[in-house]
Design a binder for this molecule. Structure first.
Ligand code: DGL
Length: 254
């Protein structure tokens, strides 16, 4: 059996991880991906760590039956809650993600760095450790409700939410904004338009895709043959599935 041809499992609480998936497909076009959106259990970001671990276990059990060769947690919240546990339990590589605070800290001058993420991400020990290293000037900005707006594909609602959010800050004193939840990356153009041009916007998607490639190469699991493909699955409804496919602006096999 050629393990290199096995698919890569990717999951998030909903559509957010599709923003990560798009980068992974760009980086690794020959790979087969199975994307799972756990819409029935969304949102993760306002649950407790134990509740998120329980949701993640259900998703992973399902994906492992598909004989995946690697698992990507395309969700900052689920990574903080469950990545360490999964790495202990699974025999395949587990790739997670964290808010892109490091690149933001590198472009910071004397102002602040706004870290937009779910309440649970910002409460986790993993994030505290990141703050110790790269958190100078960083301000935690929990965004409860924002992932739900993305799940509803509600542009007017997103604009209203973000305008109110940024009105709380003196933007002349902000150097960078971190999109610390994969759902928020779908709002990047809107956020760009709301902010002065000199404010940098960072997210972890491209870094996660590069990390996946490095990990697969190291484990001799890269599929050099192609053709690549993507399948979508959800614990939610047909509407959830339709939005997943709409947001993935590439041809899919699923
Ligand atoms: N997309 C997820 C993240 O990156 C979380 C959304 C949620 O379920 O609250 O954190």
């Amino acid at each position: 059996m050629n393990q290199k041809r096995d698919p890569i499992g990717v999951f998030d609480s909903g559509v957010g991880g599709i923003s990560t998936l798009r980068e992974m497909i760009r980086e690794l076009p020959d790979e087969r991906f199975i994307y799972f959106g756990d819409a029935a259990n969304a949102p993760y970001g306002t649950k407790s760590t134990q509740e998120v671990i329980a949701c993640v276990r259900g998703v992973v059990e399902h994906l492992m039956k598909k004989e995946i060769k690697a698992l990507v947690i395309a969700c900052n919240t689920a990574t903080g809650a469950a990545a360490a546990t999964l790495r202990k339990e699974l025999s395949i590589p587990v790739i997670g993600m964290e808010p892109a605070l490091k690149p933001a800290s590198q472009v910071r001058k004397h102002g602040s760095v706004l870290v937009l993420a779910t309440p649970l991400t910002l409460h986790q020990e993993k994030f505290e450790n990141l703050m110790k290293q790269y958190g100078q000037g960083a301000v935690k900005v929990p965004c409860p409700g924002l992932m739900e707006i993305v799940e509803k594909d509600d542009n007017a609602g997103a604009l209203h939410y973000l305008q109110e959010l940024f009105s709380r800050f003196d933007l002349d004193r902000v150097d960078a904004v971190v999109l610390g939840c994969t759902h928020y990356v779908f709002l990047k153009d809107m956020i760009r338009d709301l902010l002065p041009e000199r404010i940098a916007i960072t997210d972890g998607n491209a870094g996660t895709a590069r990390q996946l490639k490095r990990v697969l190469a190291k484990a001799d699991l890269l599929n050099g043959e192609g053709p690549g493909s993507v399948e979508f699955e959800t614990s939610g409804t047909q509407t959830d599935l339709d939005l997943m496919k709409k947001l993935a602006d590439f041809r899919t096999a699923g």
